[in-house]
Design a protein around this ligand. Structure first.
Ligand SMILES: *Cc1c(COP(=O)(O)O)cnc(C)c1O
Length: 390
């Protein structure tokens, strides 16, 4: 008789719950299997296609044999230059394309890897809760200990920095922040960024600002962390083409800012990956150089959807803040529910899928996140269906 072969998972992943959106995907497949006409507002993956100029640039670039070989580790110079120009134009921030830009295989890749460059076992990493799940997981993989900073409505979904003890700051190597924020849609003022820089300088903390949503806004343009004085002394900023240009499938992003921090991240990356397919970088240059017309069209589409969902849910008596940026709506669940029971109720009874707030961290309990990633007509239909099951 043969012994049954057993492969035990490594302890670093053994007790991790499945990745949030992998579980949501299962709920979705199950609902579709039951024949439900599902309105999926769960995942932040735009349903709008990539602008055709970008697609056409890719078609041309893919034919070039020089792109068929390994790319450079830090990204093509022309791509890094396009990033620097974009920062100058959009934020009036000077970035040196030679030393202050690093290409990434999507910003998720850089966010997940940065702790490997700077966090030793036992070091503290400050992480927002609710927040993008990759921040605490990347920290855990490096042996770090997460200290969660709750984002609460009464503090405009900014972390209460005064509530963090000095002894926690002293043990902290790195902190993640993200504005415009996923999942709460909050936008941060300059004063908050300045306070973060003051603390980071005092306690020697690397600030990692996730700026994925700066281009999805409705009235006022959100800031880059790099606009705050002294930002480059302590911070890098992650950016992505995914959300701005509807390019989630392409896998390209970048980080800018402090060159020592970028060099550390680059050192991890040279040992793990070999950069971004150059044809994709060439298409990304076209995206970054595109005028505002395309983007304002995309913003209008999200704004119409936002107004339908927010006005509709508010009329139903639901508690929410109309987003100034991002394509997320962060809604308090009715009092007789918790996050998960409400998500299940809305899925089973209305065929509408949202994301449970507690999936983004304990402080997200009591909320559901809806993403504006379905056509206006479907969002209108979602509101109608929810109205009869509340
Ligand atoms: C979508 C998202 C990312 C990841 O973007 P990619 O560039 O596609 O990896 C990072 N951070 C936040 C907050 C996001 O919502």
């Amino acid at each position: 008789m043969k012994n049954k072969v057993v492969f035990d998972l490594a302890s670093r992943i053994k007790h991790l719950p499945p990745y949030l959106f992998a579980s949501i995907d299962q709920m979705k497949q199950k609902a579709i299997g039951k024949g439900i006409d599902l309105i999926d507002l769960s995942i932040g993956d735009p349903d709008i296609p990539t602008p055709s100029r970008v697609v056409n640039a890719m078609k041309k670039a893919v034919e070039k044999p020089e792109h068929h070989r390994y790319p450079s580790y830090e990204g093509m110079f022309s791509f890094r230059e396009a990033v620097a120009k974009w920062y100058r134009k959009r934020f009036n921030v000077r970035i040196d394309p030679l030393t202050e830009v690093l290409s990434l295989i999507g910003s998720k890749e850089g966010i997940g890897h940065i702790p490997l460059a700077f966090v030793n076992p036992g070091d503290t990493v400050l992480v927002p809760s609710p927040g993008y799940p990759v921040y605490p997981i990347g920290a855990l993989f490096a042996g770090g200990e997460n200290f969660f900073m709750p984002l609460r409505k009464e503090n405009d979904f900014l972390p209460d920095l005064d509530a963090i003890p000095a002894k926690v700051f002293r043990k902290t190597k790195l902190m993640f922040i993200n504005y415009p924020n996923n999942p709460t849609s909050a936008v941060a003022p300059l004063a908050f960024f300045k306070e973060i820089i003051r603390i980071a300088q005092k306690y020697n903390i690397i600030v990692c600002h996730d700026a994925s949503y700066t281009e999805i806004y409705y009235d006022q343009k959100p800031m880059s962390f790099m606009q705050a004085p002294g930002a480059k002394d302590v911070a890098i900023e992650f950016h992505s083409l995914s959300k701005t240009y509807n390019m989630t499938g392409w896998r390209i992003g970048f980080a800018v800012g402090n060159k020592e921090v970028l060099a550390g991240l680059g050192k991890v990356k040279t040992n793990l990956d070999s950069g971004v397919f150059q044809a994709i970088q060439e298409a990304a240059i076209v995206a970054l150089e595109m005028g505002q017309d395309t983007l304002s069209g995309i913003r209008k589409t999200f704004q119409e959807r936002r107004d339908i969902l927010c006005n509709g849910l508010t009329k139903l008596g639901m508690d929410l803040m109309k987003p100034k940026a991002t394509f997320y709506v962060w809604v308090k669940v009715p009092y007789r529910f918790n996050s998960m029971s409400f998500v299940t109720h809305v899925l089973d009874k209305a065929g509408v899928l949202g994301t449970p707030g507690n999936g983004f961290g304990a402080a997200g309990e009591g909320y559901i996140r809806f993403a504006l990633t379905a056509p206006a007509k479907r969002i209108d239909e979602a509101v109608k269906r929810i109205s009869i099951i509340l």
